[in-house]
Design a protein. Structure first.
Length: 367
């Protein structure tokens, strides 16, 4: 089983000037003002996933070029460095900008039980996946273990619920091997759970959870249709007391977003680490409380990292799960709450109330 992320070091990435040996638990809830650096922390996981998939340059180009990733710009910061600890394995890398606004990997470092290998290659893509495939599956391979760990960090982002969003459109019935980051294959993914006897219970749980938020909802209607050489399916559904199948555009933004969140958190074989950026967006307070329960339950099967601006969601978690993100002199700071230091406050106030009153800081501040 892939190890979750135990400890993290990031230097020179966006607003994160220096975060050294920061420990992560099974559940990590980031709070802070707009612009404090929560989304930049999430973007770091998108970066490492792109490296693991050998699509770093595509990711960099889509985000506006290499310069935007370096703290205060490439003229101020010449290198991004990072180190990730997964159990006994450690993966580190150094990134630098190029004259063509791409990003070059100066070196990658792997370490296991004290044995370290440094690859100084100056390439545009990571060599980790290639090195991971060099040996057979039966041979020990630190690169394979680390590549699997990095690949198992998944950022889910379900904010785009527009009428043209992929989650509302037809999807290939064959695209069911793992829920995609934007739920662009949610229909075939749910279909595969429904038709697999091993995972039918997960499908039923997802359906029943959606019913709690949308009492009018009865079940998904997932019927592949032949279109040329392909079998296509979309997220149709039935309302209670009505056999007519409704289409995805009949679902509200909040309902379809909750369906995606429930599917991600209740999937049978989840990634080792999942990251959710403001998952409460557009949800009713009851749905937010239910989402918190799903997150807490999921953290027993996987590592969960979320960022939130919702006091309702925050109040569902323990203080020690909460990380306060602040911005000081242009850079982000990260501090986990200490229950003991807050004990007298917590006798009278909830964590959300302390946050709203700026006792925890994590609010707008002048630099």
């Amino acid at each position: 089983m892939t190890e979750p992320l135990k400890k993290l070091t990031i230097k020179g990435f966006k607003s994160i000037e220096s975060l050294v040996d920061f420990e992560l638990g099974a559940l990590n809830v980031l709070i802070g003002a707009n612009g404090s650096g929560k989304s930049n922390f999430v973007d770091f996981f998108r970066l490492i996933r792109a490296m693991a998939d050998e699509s770093l340059q595509v990711f960099v180009t889509k985000c506006g070029g290499a310069d935007v990733f370096f703290h205060m710009g490439a003229q101020h910061t010449s290198k991004i460095s990072a180190q990730l600890v997964f159990g006994q394995n450690t993966y580190g890398f150094d990134l630098s900008p190029t004259a063509s606004d791409q990003m070059m990997i100066e070196q990658e470092t792997t370490r296991c039980n004290g044995a370290e290998q440094v690859r100084k290659h100056g390439k545009l893509e990571s060599v980790l996946r290639n090195e991971a495939s060099r040996r057979s599956a039966s041979e020990p391979n630190v690169d394979r273990d680390i590549h699997a760990a990095v690949s198992n960090c998944m950022v889910y982002h379900f904010h785009d619920t527009s009428m043209m969003a992929p989650m509302r459109r037809e999807q290939s019935e064959r695209d069911h091997f793992g829920l995609r980051h934007d739920a662009s294959n949610i229909a075939p993914f749910l279909l595969s759970l429904r038709d697999d006897t091993k995972h039918k219970a997960n499908y039923d749980l997802i359906r029943d959870t959606v019913r709690m938020v949308a009492p009018f909802f009865d079940d998904f209607f997932l019927e592949p249709k032949t279109k040329g050489p392909a079998e296509m399916v979309r997220l149709e559904w039935r309302q209670k007391g009505n056999i007519y199948p409704f289409r995805p555009y009949h679902l509200s933004d909040g309902t379809i977003r909750f369906i995606c969140l429930a599917t991600a958190l209740l999937q049978p074989t989840p990634p080792a680490t999942i990251i959710l950026d403001e998952p409460e967006l557009g949800l009713h307070p009851f749905a937010i409380s239910l989402l918190a329960s799903l997150i807490q339950s999921a953290s027993e099967r996987m590592q969960v990292i979320i960022s939130t601006q919702s006091p309702t969601l925050l109040d569902e978690f323990k203080p020690e799960d909460v990380i306060v993100v602040n911005r000081q002199a242009g850079h982000s700071t990260f501090n986990r709450l200490d229950t003991e230091l807050l004990r007298e406050w917590l006798d009278e106030y909830s964590v959300a109330e302390l946050w709203q009153q700026n006792v925890l800081r994590g609010g707008p501040a002048h630099e």
